[in-house]
Every structure is written in structure tokens, then in C-alpha cells.
Design a binder for this molecule. Sequence first.
Ligand SMILES: [Zn+2]
Length: 170
Amino acid sequence: MGRKVLVLNQDYSALSICSVPKAFLLVFLNKAELVAESDSYALRTVDTTYPMPTVIRLHRYVHLPYKGVMLTRQNIFKRDNHRCQYCGTTEDLTLDHVIPKSKGGKTNWDNLLTACKRCNSRKGDFTPEEANMKMRQKPFKPSFIVFLRDFSGSIEESWMPFLSKREKAY
Ligand SMILES: [Zn+2]
């Protein structure tokens, strides 16, 4: 059973994801409480039915140092769905400095974009405007949710209110 449970901090901000058995254990040990349960699944034993947790909340506040998403080639590809942000291909991907380095463009989330080799060389030492190339989306600093989705495979409906809360905190 590959289902995942969203773990909330004591202040209801999203903290992490865990397996269903781990969530049960935390609730059983009275370290966490059930916040939301699945309406389509339940766990059955011979004589009892337990709700299947989808969101739990820790009783104690966990202090986390701010952890941004690391700026790496793979993470930029991931943010851009492994597609060239100019033509949309998934082949021959490279990183493009939207504002070229030679024009003072920085190496950061806001200036790096996934581009295929062809688009990258076509763009050359120009900005997208100068090269008359349209970006599918502007580069941005990804938030927690982008990577959470990747990690768990899907985002449960019941997680959404808590995830948007976390988004604001960033
Ligand atoms: Zn391209």
C-alpha cells in the first residue's frame, strides 16, 4: 500500500510526508492526531474498522531550519517538467541563462530556464525578447509543493488547504 500521509507541524503547516503505518504509529503513541481521513479507504481488522489517515498533525512543534530547494541542474529540469521552455521538446536539454551572463544575467532560479540545445544556440547571446523567442513560463523559485508532488507522486485533495498555507509562509 503506497499511500502517503501528510504530516503537519503543531501550527498546521506542512512538514513532511510519511507512510500510513508510520502515521498510525504516531497517532497510537499519542504523538500526533488525525486531521483528515480517507472516505474511500479504511483499515479493517477482524472486529474493528480504523479510518485511513490522510493528514495528521504533530502535538509538538518541530523547529525546522529554512530549507530552500537546492539550485541544481536536475532541480531546474524538474521545475520545468523536463521540457524546453521555448519549443516544448523533452530532448537534448540544457540550461539557458534568460538574460545572458555576458549581459549581467545571474545564475539563480529567476534567470535559469530549461532549454533544448537547438533553442539555446538559436537564442545565443540574446534575451528572449531580442531573439524573439517566447518563454512558456518565466523562471521562478520553486516552493516546497513542487517537490512534494514529485516525491509522493500525487497530492491528495485533503492536503491542499495545508499546502497553500505553507506556500504563503514562503
Ligand atoms: Zn527548444
